[in-house]
Design a protein around this ligand. Structure first.
Ligand code: HEC
Ligand code: HEC
Length: 158
């Protein structure tokens, strides 16, 4: 096999570095919008958002899950996969373990994603107020779930 000359290798390196820089510059808003578009096109043909909203994976976990979906028939190109996985991890990302995790995923992801919650650190009193507001908005929580959530949120998001 012919080896790559120094010059070619350097050219390849520069090209890759430029592509990485362009990729980084495109991140943020564009990147999130693209991730959401890929999800809408590729992930909602067989089921709605609920199974996605009730998971909490990091990018690696989402990559594995998307690959499992591709085996079931979902269509995601190799280029789109990391963008989708990053979007999913940002919107439906990992949560600390604890009794409140399941309640949060089941009850609090119906109307908005978890970013709302991550952006809103508070103490126990603040979370009680927020949860009362959510009950008024139409969230469904038993008294027991309310108490579990206040505990979980004020410990992990404050
Ligand atoms: C071809 C049909 C199909 C498409 C398209 C599809 N899924 Fe699924 N998905 C399923 C089925 C069927 C299940 C039910 C779980 C099972 O039976 O293993 C499921 C379940 C899930 C679950 C629940 C966890 C689990 O494994 O049970 C998640 C999360 C999920 N899908 C994410 C996605 C994402 C993200 C995409 C887009 C890349 C996607 N799905 C696209 C068929 C599909
Ligand atoms: C029935 C729909 C619904 C459900 C379910 C729901 N929310 Fe909300 N949530 C809303 C709406 C609507 C807003 C925006 C309210 C506003 O901007 O005044 C919101 C906003 C928020 C905010 C931001 C508040 C702020 O002041 O910026 C937080 C935090 C929040 N929700 C947490 C939760 C938690 C925790 C749960 C689970 C118990 C939950 N939500 C369930 C509808 C819902």
């Amino acid at each position: 096999m012919k080896s790559i000359s120094g010059k070619t290798a350097q050219w390849i390196w520069v090209t890759v570095a430029m592509a990485a820089a362009a990729f980084a510059a495109g991140q943020g808003g564009d990147e999130a919008a693209r991730g959401e578009r890929i999800m809408n096109n590729s992930c909602l043909g067989c089921h709605d958002l609920r199974p996605i909203q009730t998971q909490a994976f990091d990018a690696e976990g989402w990559t594995m899950k998307v690959n499992a979906m591709i085996e079931k028939g979902a269509q995601v190109s190799t280029d789109d996969l990391p963008i989708l996985a990053n979007f999913l991890a940002r919107s439906y990302g990992p949560l600390p373990e604890g009794a409140g995790k399941a309640v949060l995923l089941n009850r609090c992801t119906v109307c908005h994603d978890l970013q709302r919650i991550r952006r809103h650190p508070s103490d126990a009193e603040g979370w009680e107020d927020t949860l009362s507001t959510m009950l008024n908005e139409g969230a469904m929580l038993t008294d027991q779930e309310f108490a579990i959530l206040v505990n979980y949120l004020s410990r992990n998001f404050r």
